[in-house]
Write a protein that binds this ligand. Structure first.
Ligand code: ADP
Ligand code: MG
Length: 254
């Protein structure tokens, strides 16, 4: 079933970047980024290594600070206010390339940590919710194991479940399959496709998995040298790229 036909994003804006700029020291890493993402929209971000993809999505949950322009997430402007940052972290889940699980905690403990300590949920309730999400990513039987006892694909599915346990409005994925062995990529993408199919979740995913982009994305964004160069719905993006740099990039990865 194609997700495109069944899915409709609402008109409500979930994320807005306005003339956003970021520097690392003297290095101008993000240049006048303008981006609007509607609630429920699924965006794939691609582009060459070093183009600023990770930095841009890390700015959206304030893992990185921007210096100029505005970032508004779920109606809240991102500033240095700690309350504000705390609240953004509750709304926005993130899945990293290298899983970033706590190695000394079991799968279940990894999933329950933030619900218990940040959301102040009772342990029993947090554990029940975590088991539900571990079932959703198809590894409930791994709940009492440690991350080191799991395959890369299983660890990444734990990382996705852990994010979902916080009940986020937005999920950010930063190359979630690029550290995985080829045979494990599909099991992670399938979980992400299911999540997208359920609807309602706003998803931004940095990936070069173009099959995933074609199945799931409402919009594909191409970045190069700190700028958004081109964006379009997937069919047009892949079949009719406008910019020379997009054409070059696509010719190299497809
Ligand atoms: P991408 O995810 O598209 O590969 P990044 O956002 O990781 O790109 O990096 C964009 C640019 O910023 C690169 O040139 C990278 O070397 C530089 N960069 C990333 N993180 C830092 C940092 N913490 N300090 C300085 N430069 C950085
Ligand atoms: Mg990156």
């Amino acid at each position: 079933m194609s997700t495109q036909e069944t899915h409709e994003a609402s008109d409500q804006l979930m994320i807005e970047l306005k003339e956003m700029n970021k520097w690392y020291g003297d290095f101008h890493v993000l240049k006048n980024i303008n981006l609007q993402v509607k609630k429920g929209e699924r965006i794939v971000i691609c582009g060459p290594s070093g183009s600023g993809k990770s930095t841009m999505i890390r700015c959206i949950n304030r893992l990185e600070e921007h210096q100029k322009g505005d970032i508004i997430v779920n109606g809240m402007e991102l500033t240095n206010d700690l309350k504000n940052i705390e609240s953004i972290r509750k709304d926005v889940g993130m899945v990293f390339q290298h899983f970033n699980l706590f190695p000394h905690l079991t799968v279940l403990e990894n999933c329950c940590l933030a619900p218990i300590w940040v959301r102040k949920e009772p342990r029993k309730q947090a554990e029940a919710a975590a088991m539900k999400y571990l079932e959703r990513v198809k590894i409930p039987e791994q709940a009492l194991k440690y991350p080191g006892q799991l395959s890369g694909g299983q660890q990444q599915r734990v990382a996705i479940a852990r994010s979902l346990c916080m009940n986020p409005d937005v999920m950010l994925f930063d190359e979630p399959t690029s550290a995985l062995d080829p045979e494990m990529i599909k099991e992670v993408l399938d979980v992400m496709i299911e999540l997208a199919d359920e609807g309602g979740m706003t998803m931004l995913c940095v990936t070069h998995e173009m099959g995933f982009a074609k199945t799931v994305a409402d919009r594909v964004i191409f970045m190069d040298a700190g700028q958004i160069i081109e964006e379009n719905e997937p069919h047009e993006f892949f079949n009719n790229p406008q910019h020379e740099r997009t054409q070059l990039f696509l010719s190299q990865i497809i």
